[in-house]
Design a protein. Structure first.
Length: 205
């Protein structure tokens, strides 16, 4: 893990941010750079947390220093919670952990309620404590006044249908985020789209 952090920070000083590890026969760590920006990045790898309470404490502590939680990663035998900081921004991140929604309607209500307060849906996570517990994680950048709006649509059956759906939503500023599964109706799922009120974006797919 120390070797990864050394590499990520070295690349971050050059303006490259870590995307993920990929395998194309051989394995590679893929980094990207915005050539129109002078941004640099810093990384931290911290111990995994066992509960949503522990994650919130860790993530909120790091968030006050501008570090964003980007997930749990494994590198060889080591696993850690990975954080990234955009050194060009004065961001301060805060987090909330809420119960998982049972249906797409429940999710949209929860996400839109959080979105009006500037919290964007981030990811669903599972924890060891309590046993097999899960939580929906939301994050807010206190340096912006962004709010968020969400839609849940029927997942597309083909790539062509997805492109049409995503482009239709994109013209209204809604970007595709993720497909989520729900308990109600049984084994149902929805395509989640999100709109950032502070960004007058239009998306093409």
């Amino acid at each position: 893990m120390a070797a990864f952090i050394d590499l990520a920070n070295a690349q971050g000083k050059k303006g490259y941010w870590y995307l993920n590890d990929y395998s194309f026969g051989d394995s590679f760590s893929l980094y990207a750079k915005n050539n129109s920006s002078n941004t640099t990045f810093s990384y931290k790898a911290l111990p995994l947390t066992d509960s949503s309470v522990d994650l919130l404490k860790q993530a909120n502590d790091e968030g006050t220093n501008g570090y964003l939680y980007i997930g749990d990663y494994s590198f060889g035998a080591d696993t850690a919670a990975l954080y990234i900081k955009d050194n060009s921004k004065k961001a301060k991140f805060s987090y909330q952990a809420l119960p998982l929604a049972n249906s797409s309607a429940d999710f949209i209500k929860q996400a839109n309620d959080e979105g009006t307060d500037g919290y964007g849906y981030y990811v669903d996570l599972g924890f060891k404590t309590p046993s097999r517990s899960s939580a929906a994680i939301y994050v807010k950048d206190g340096s912006t006044k962004s709010t968020f709006e969400y839609k849940a649509l029927t997942p597309a059956n083909s790539s062509a249908d997805f492109i049409k759906q995503a482009n239709d939503e994109g013209t209204d500023g809604y970007g595709y985020y993720v497909d989520l599964g729900f308990k109600t109706p049984s084994q149902s799922s929805a395509a989640i789209y999100v709109k950032n009120s502070s960004a007058k974006a239009k998306f093409n797919y």
